[in-house]
Design a protein. Structure first.
Length: 696
């Protein structure tokens, strides 16, 4: 795509020369095979900004989308030939690629200014702008599941962006030269790239390891595409040919010849029976993939830059790097429309409304007044969920849960003693939500379940994690970290846990205050674990936790939870032994005075006596993932570096005596970068400790 600007003048001169020669030879149109040359376009779309149309696509529901060299994107109503939505970048540089996701809810564009823009296709709002590429971006591709966006650049990198968190999730760095094209397979399992080194590479979309590669010895590869059924990969190159590979066995099925210059744009028909291709000689050819012969061609171009079939199978759009886009009628080819097009056409019918997801709980049936009661350590939650827009995620008790094709789901959830609130939450691809709540009660059996250490106290844990934010970029790991820590606390150490997912500031306050009104025994313990965004105000020298509804422009910080307020809230909870753990940026500003503890002076003391001694003293200890600095969230689907070491300590089962102390916990995590911070706050007494006591 980089050649567009500098080739214009050269091609203009060539074009005039060819027209002169052909007119005098009397064969200007006679040399064409059966073609569009005798047909008129069924639609001509002029760029409103008088810019040159540099790329185009059709959305899965059949809308024409065009982008220009002035950084503008237009979505057209093809029936009225009018712009329905306009999108503008922050710059006026040329856009080279524009794409729409599978459900026609997001639009992305990128080009010479090295930035990827992602908009909400319905509202026109800018959702993300991704920075990170150092040179021109040639290609973009949405993953079929809607979770990722891939970008390819002449800086030799392919970047994978999370569409949930708005952050860079992965980089593919093995290309030795510029990457000109990237596309996901339609099943979402693979990612294919074309590179200026002449190699086609296929990667796993899960591990990003190379699965296959093809080296056709055809010069620079300019474009690549999967067929709709993922059986074939088509690649256009500098040797004027198109290579068609069998994806399953890697064999070269056919070489398509007919262009007079480098092939740089490709597009499969929705049913995979035809392939349209364009070249630098400004000719477009439609190939039958059954016969691998041309069935149609068009050469009346000034500078052909892009081509795309409409998913209805009846139209073909062509961009000629001028102010116009021509749409031709290809209904005579009897191309079948795509399944996704038919689905979206149904949902877009007049009067049809995309309803939010709907959850139905089959088991257990309960309410806050009539709790479901069980003596078992776990129950299986069963239900159904329906979604018009397609389900993005289902969470049962905070755990992501698989939903079968018929909408049914099952999830085993561990049950603590006494009341258990289990929330089932469904989120569709339009970000609409539904939730249902069930209450389960498990009575405490003081005879059979009583710990044998002589200690009668209970261990509680309040865990709070936030992935999603209204005004800040999302995170990927806090909820996963929280769920895994909670499971370890429950299963290994017998903690009674409560989890709070993506809470508002009010929900956080009310939940913490609830623990302030509970009754505690003298040897009860409470662990408070908080993971999410954190901020620091250098003027007031105060750290803050960020809630899901925190406002970015809140100078007074009234929508934040300050560390000083949090210290006061936690310190006043009437539990004698409390430890707070913060896995958030600037967590080390929770308490400025850091303290350290000496070696273990209880080496010769038995387990029961050790526990009893520690329980004599009031405990107020804190542990954070860093100091006055940003801390990493970690790779998607994994844990933050701090949470990883915290879990490693938990899984040590407390060593030989089955007791993991605060100081022993520090020994596991103190080498994490950035360095964690530990210390006392509030009314902590000398000699205190917080103990994780293994279940017996």
């Amino acid at each position: 795509m980089e050649f567009i600007g500098r080739e214009i003048q050269k091609r203009t001169n060539k074009c005039l020369k060819y027209i002169f020669l052909l007119l005098f030879s009397g064969c200007f149109f006679a040399s064409l095979r059966w073609s569009f040359a005798q047909e008129l376009p069924i639609g001509i779309y002029n760029a409103p900004d008088h810019g040159m149309v540099s790329c185009l696509t059709f959305s899965p529901d059949g809308k024409l989308v065009t982008a220009t060299d002035k950084g503008k994107v237009y979505v057209w109503n093809t029936e009225e030939k009018m712009v329905s939505t306009k999108f503008a970048t922050n710059e006026s540089d040329m856009l080279i690629k524009v794409v729409v996701n599978k459900d026609a809810t997001l639009l992305a564009a990128a080009g010479k200014n090295k930035v990827v823009y992602v908009w909400n296709l319905h509202t026109g709002a800018l959702k993300y702008h991704f920075n990170g590429h150092l040179e021109t971006i040639f290609s973009l591709a949405f993953s079929p599941d809607g979770n990722w966006l891939a970008s390819a650049s002449s800086d030799k990198k392919v970047k994978i962006w999370s569409l949930h968190t708005g952050i860079l999730a992965h980089e593919i760095l093995i290309h030795p030269k510029g990457v000109t094209s990237v596309q996901y397979s339609h099943d979402g399992h693979h990612l294919v790239t074309a590179c200026y080194d002449g190699v086609i590479r296929v990667f796993s979309s899960q591990t990003y390891s190379i699965q296959k590669q093809f080296s056709p010895d055809a010069g620079r590869m300019r474009c690549v595409a999967f067929s709709p059924d993922d059986r074939f990969i088509a690649a256009g190159a500098d040797d004027r040919t198109i290579k068609l590979y069998d994806f399953n066995n890697g064999n070269l099925k056919r070489i398509l010849k007919g262009h007079k210059n480098d092939v740089y744009t490709l597009g499969f028909s929705p049913d995979g029976k035809y392939l349209a291709s364009g070249s630098l000689s400004n000719d477009l050819i439609i190939w039958s993939l059954e016969t691998t012969e041309p069935v149609n061609s068009y050469t009346k171009f000034y500078s052909l830059v892009d081509v795309a079939f409409c998913p209805d199978g009846k139209k073909l759009a062509m961009a000629d790097f001028n102010e116009q886009v021509k749409v031709m009628d290809v209904s005579s080819l009897h191309i079948h429309s795509s399944v996704q097009y038919e689905r979206l056409q149904f949902t877009h019918k007049k009067g049809f409304v995309l309803h939010p997801p709907k959850i139905s709980i089959i088991h257990p049936i309960s309410s806050a007044k009539e709790m479901f009661q069980t003596n078992e350590r776990s129950i299986v939650v069963k239900g159904n969920v329906q979604s018009d827009a397609g389900l993005l995620m289902l969470l049962v008790g905070g755990f992501e849960t698989e939903v079968k094709e018929d909408g049914s789901f099952e999830k085993e959830i561990r049950i603590a003693y006494h009341e258990n609130e289990i929330i089932v939450k469904a989120i569709d691809k339009d970000k609409k939500m539904d939730h249902d709540t069930m209450w389960v009660y498990r009575p405490f059996d003081g005879v059979t379940e009583q710990p044998t250490t002589g200690r009668k106290g209970k261990d509680y844990a309040l865990l709070i994690a936030t992935n999603e934010y209204d005004a800040m970029h999302h995170l990927v790991n806090p909820v996963n970290d929280m769920n895994t820590v909670a499971k370890e606390l429950e299963e290994r150490y017998g903690f009674i846990t409560e989890r709070l997912f993506n809470p508002t500031l009010s929900q956080t306050y009310s939940t913490v205050k609830k623990y302030g009104s509970k009754q505690y025994a003298d040897d009860d313990q409470l662990l408070v674990f908080i993971a999410g965004h954190g901020e620091y105000d250098p003027i007031f020298k105060e750290g803050y936790l960020v809630a899901t509804d925190t406002k970015k422009d809140d100078d007074a910080r009234v929508t934040y939870l300050s560390h000083s307020n949090l210290r006061t809230l936690i310190n006043n909870i009437p539990c004698k032994h409390i430890m707070i753990t913060l896995d958030a940026c600037f967590g080390g500003t929770f308490e400025q005075e850091l303290s350290s503890r000496g070696g273990d002076i209880y080496g010769g003391v038995g387990k029961d006596e050790y526990i009893q001694r520690k329980m004599k003293y009031k405990t107020r200890l804190y542990l954070t993932s860093g100091g006055k600095e940003y801390v990493p969230d970690g790779r998607p689907g994994q844990h933050s570096p701090f949470a990883r070491k915290f879990l490693e300590a938990m899984r040590g089962n407390g060593g030989d005596d089955g007791v993991l102390s605060f100081s022993e916990l520090i020994g596991y995590i103190e080498k994490v970068t950035p360095e964690p911070r530990k210390g006392e706050f509030g009314d902590n007494e000398p000699g205190s400790d917080f103990l994780f006591i293994k279940k017996e």
